[in-house]
Ligand binder design. Structure first.
Ligand code: PNS
Length: 159
């Protein structure tokens, strides 16, 4: 059984993430989308909210599971009996940070591979931070996040 882990903050999930989830789920037996329980970052959506938004968004994908983790990613990957971390790369600007993480993870756990998938060109500009910025100031987020969560994102900023 070939299990991939797709880790991230997903605050909130965007259509860029959805593109990676769709494509990665086709090349593995099971894809676990793992939401980081971060102790440093202050997310807009709580961990439960981020997990629920993802669950709704990926409802149609049979071999995709949503989970959360804290601590080191490589420990979580081993605990799930997985051996591949899948990441999306949008632009050169992502590369340095992703390279650093991939090499660190490789040093800690040589048996775990990090695979990079190039983001769909249509989403190469997209990030959760940009979605939040748009939603905060009344911008249009249609097409940037899964339709079924659009309202939840907009409502976060309504008084
Ligand atoms: O969506 P993000 O915020 O870019 O995701 C970052 C994530 C969750 C992949 C990264 O922060 C992570 O793996 N955190 C877990 C802690 C860890 O293992 N750190 C060592 C690797 S640098």
């Amino acid at each position: 059984m070939n299990t991939f882990i797709y880790p991230g903050s997903f605050d909130p999930v965007t259509n860029g993430h959805m593109d990676i989830i769709d494509r990665a789920s086709k090349i593995c037996d099971k894809l676990i989308v793992a939401v980081l329980i971060s102790h440093n970052k202050q997310p807009l959506f709580s961990m439960e909210e981020r997990v629920n938004l993802l669950k709704r968004a990926v409802g149609h994908c049979k071999n995709v599971e949503i989970d959360c983790f804290s601590g080191l990613l490589v420990d979580y990957v081993a605990q799930k009996n997985a051996n591949v971390i899948i990441k999306g790369l949008r632009a050169v600007s992502d590369f340095e940070y992703e390279l650093q993480m991939a090499l660190l993870n490789q040093k800690m756990a040589p048996d775990i591979e990090t695979l990079f998938m190039m983001s769909n060109i249509n989403f190469s500009f997209l990030s959760s931070s940009m979605v939040k910025e748009l939603a905060r100031y009344g911008g249009n987020i249609r097409g940037l996040v899964p339709e079924c969560i659009e309202e939840d994102v907009l409502n976060k900023f309504k008084k």
